[in-house]
Design a protein around this ligand. Structure first.
Ligand code: ZN
Length: 275
């Protein structure tokens, strides 16, 4: 999956330090990321090419192995030959995988910093804490932590069949599983039951947590569950959300698309009789 970057190690601890020459600079536009492409390989801008006098304007994000990643507010294509803004979705297939993961993880932090420039309570400029990944308002003491939205991925089994769906009106056209965000005041297990009922009109039982996945493309922390159909198997599709919802035998489940998502891993485990 996208977060599985071994032998590299992602260090999420907030330990801001001065940028070194070999550290890397991340920049983002509207659903785009600033990088250099070399056939399939991607490269981010090294700090030494970014400019000596401007390092103080960089925001520390995280570290992978010994390399720290920084967010730059404005990177211009004309200033850095060979670099350009490419769609964020490019990171789904980019190599090396640890840089693709850095790019997409950085995008979630970038969206958070950019949308919290000012205090949501009093409108004063927000300041960065130097102790933790937190923004605070000096005027009213309001604090903001990074936005992470919990959501579920649900593999609904009916003996040797799995419920596959396709989402309506989305960029992603391949088969998927039932998915949805948790609401306030709701347990994750209740999210599973509610989403399955809302999207396909089915009851489920035997919920079993499988794995979680950070999915920074949508600011999400995904939690994957397997469960069994409880009762009637007749699907009533929510046409606003789904274009397809159908039961498929193990051998009919297509092995398509990249192996970066929890959805894909859960579908393949069922296909190969592992769940
Ligand atoms: Zn304030």
């Amino acid at each position: 999956m996208i977060q599985d970057i071994a032998p590299h190690t992602y260090h999420n601890e907030y330990l801001p330090r001065e940028a070194k020459d070999d550290d890397l600079v991340l920049g983002y536009g509207e659903r785009t990321v600033f990088l250099k492409e070399n056939q399939d390989t991607i490269q981010f801008l090294p700090v030494k090419e970014y400019g000596e006098g401007k390092r103080e304007a960089l925001t520390y994000l995280f570290t992978i192995d010994e390399t720290a990643f920084y967010l730059a507010k404005e990177l211009k294509e004309e200033t850095f030959p060979g670099y350009s803004y490419v769609p964020l979705s490019r990171l789904r297939t980019a190599v090396p995988g640890h840089l693709a993961f850095a790019g997409v993880t950085g995008s979630q932090l970038a969206r958070w910093y950019q949308s919290h420039t000012f205090c949501g309570k009093c409108g004063s400029p927000m300041k960065k804490s130097d102790k933790e990944r937190m923004l605070y308002c000096e005027n009213c003491r309001h604090t903001e932590y990074p936005k992470i939205s919990p959501a579920v991925i649900v593999a609904v089994r009916n003996q040797d069949q799995l419920l596959l769906t396709k989402y309506e009106g989305r960029e992603y056209k391949r088969y998927a599983l039932i998915a949805g965000f948790s609401e306030i005041g709701e347990s994750v297990e209740d999210t599973v039951r509610r989403e399955v009922m809302e999207e396909v009109g089915l009851k489920v039982k035997n919920l079993k947590f499988y794995k979680s996945q950070p999915w920074s493309f949508t600011d999400t922390l995904l939690m994957g569950f397997y469960c069994d159909l409880d009762g009637d198997a007749t699907i009533t599709l929510d046409r606003q959300e789904l274009s397809v919802g159908e039961w498929r035998n193990r051998e009919e489940i297509p092995d398509e698309g990249e192996n970066i998502s929890l959805t894909k891993e859960m579908m393949m485990r069922f296909k190969h009789h592992q769940d």
